[in-house]
Design a protein around this ligand. Structure first.
Ligand code: EPU
Length: 443
């Protein structure tokens, strides 16, 4: 991977039109879906991001074929072979752990490492593992951190997720489509990306139905076939660009933005006094319409305020007049960007809100919580952001720091730009078209 930095000059107001790419968190999973059939599947509207290339390389090690031509991807699973998924591959892409489903279905066994940081327990895919076990897989966990799964034939079951899991729901759907009999997943994730994957699988011949807001029924079929499927736009990209437009005092039209998937974000924009409107069924306009009001958010699973949106939201709230809070309830540690933001003059304090039943309230497992981490921040605005030399540690944090630099006075330098490439296609090139003064250099 080439290490690079972004140099961002004092901001212009961003103006113009931009198109959201295809959803990263669907595109990655379609590759795994393609391994369930010997026929070709063609996926349209894929984002050209490095996470997709990582997933392609991983699957190719298993004999899968992934060809990318423009924004179209063809996946062929006919030569699939069974190997243990290496620790290195699993560490590069958490989604690669989902390969457990096609391997179990096609070979009756699979070995995958625990993709989480924890090497001593079954976390953090315990919910996926528990569900697969209910479908008849015998799964053991060894001291070196690998899950060994075996099953002659997976069978249908009724499984209730103890807490929401987006990828866990998708893994169990992938396993259930070719299992014997009917599977009912209760308390299943309701994210639109899950439904988009269901759309693809149904087109391949699966029988999957969302029978309640959080209940999914899957009737196992004998075989899946090829198809062509266009994936949904990336909601996280829409939010990132929307905040970029508002925070720079600009006015943007985002094409491929669907308001029905962004309701909790749009509702908060209204509360904060930021401007947005529907241009048509497929486009939204975001604009600055005067000083922003402070606003509190708590992240949650769908249809709540997404955890991926809290970092850009924090930047927006640095410009609101008063105190705002952001309470992260999905991940136990997702405020890594705060220390970098402080270098730009932002006033943020960590605190722990009082919660009567944390075990129920938080989406993560309580034993994963490191007590040193607070789950909330208090932002005092409005702040005149100034330039800084910043380090990007992960994808969403990286995009957020770019937003902050666009709104700051002076020239900022952001090291670790390659993290942004994991999830945003040609990020700086597209921002530049909207008027941002941003360039990349190798670091
Ligand atoms: N968790 C467990 N055990 C499990 C499963 C989850 O403890 O068996 C915990 C996780 O550690 C986390 C919480 O439950 O604290 C939620 O995890 P979930 O499984 O819902 O998240 P995910 O599937 O790993 C996906 C997206 C994330 C997005 C979340 C929440 C993909 C590849 N990733 O993660 O996207 O933030 O859902 O919607 O789909 C991103 O795009 O940058 C990103 C991180």
């Amino acid at each position: 991977m080439i290490m690079s930095k972004l140099i961002i000059e004092e901001g212009e107001s961003l103006k113009g039109e931009i198109e959201a790419s295809g959803a990263k968190n669907v595109a990655l999973k379609t590759i795994v879906a393609g391994l369930l059939t010997d026929e070709k599947i063609v996926i349209e509207n894929i984002p050209l991001i490095s996470d997709l290339l990582t997933m392609k390389m991983t699957v190719e090690k298993f004999g899968g074929r992934v060809e990318i031509a423009g924004h179209k991807m063809t996946v062929t699973g006919s030569n699939l072979k069974n190997f243990p998924l290496s620790l290195e591959m699993a560490a590069q892409s958490r989604t690669s752990s989902m390969i457990i489903a096609p391997l179990l279905l096609r070979f009756g066994k699979a070995t995958i490492p625990n993709p989480g940081g924890c090497r001593i327990g079954a976390r953090p895919i315990d919910r996926h593992i528990e569900g697969l076990s209910k479908m008849g897989a015998k799964i053991t966990y060894d001291a070196s951190g690998y899950f060994h799964a075996q099953s002659k034939k997976l069978h249908g079951t009724v499984y209730t997720f103890p807490k929401n899991t987006h990828t866990g729901t998708e893994t169990l759907i992938l396993a259930a489509v070719l299992a014997n009999g009917e599977t009912v997943l209760e308390n299943a994730a309701a994210e639109p990306e899950v439904d988009d994957l269901i759309g693809l699988l149904n087109q391949m011949g699966a029988k999957i139905k969302r029978v309640g807001p959080r209940t999914i029924k899957i009737t196992g079929v004998k075989k899946l076939g090829g198809t062509t499927y266009k994936i949904m736009p990336d909601r996280n990209e829409v939010v990132t660009f929307a905040v970029a437009g508002i925070i720079t005092g600009g006015d943007l039209i985002i094409k491929n933005a669907q308001s029905q998937h962004l309701l909790s974000f749009l509702e908060k924009l209204d509360k904060a006094g930021a401007g947005w409107e529907k241009v048509n069924e497929n486009s939204l306009r975001f604009f600055y319409k005067g000083s922003l009001k402070p606003c509190d958010i708590v992240t949650s699973f769908h249809p709540g305020f997404m955890t991926d949106w809290q970092a850009p939201w924090t930047i927006l709230m640095t410009q609101a007049a008063g105190k705002s809070t952001v309470h992260e309830a999905v991940f136990e540690s997702r405020f890594g960007y705060v220390s970098e933001l402080r270098k730009m003059g932002v006033k943020i304090l960590f605190f722990q809100p009082k919660i009567s039943c944390p075990e129920k309230f938080y989406n993560f497992n309580m034993e994963d919580k490191n007590d040193r981490h607070y789950q909330a921040i208090l932002i005092e605005g409005p702040i005149k952001l100034h330039n800084a030399i910043l380090n990007i540690s992960d994808l969403r944090a990286g995009a957020t720091l770019v937003l902050a630099a666009l709104a700051a006075e002076g020239e900022s330098v952001l090291y670790g730009a390659e993290h942004i490439d994991r999830g945003y296609e040609r990020f700086e090139e597209r921002l530049k078209k909207l008027g941002a003064k941003i360039k990349r250099a190798n670091s």
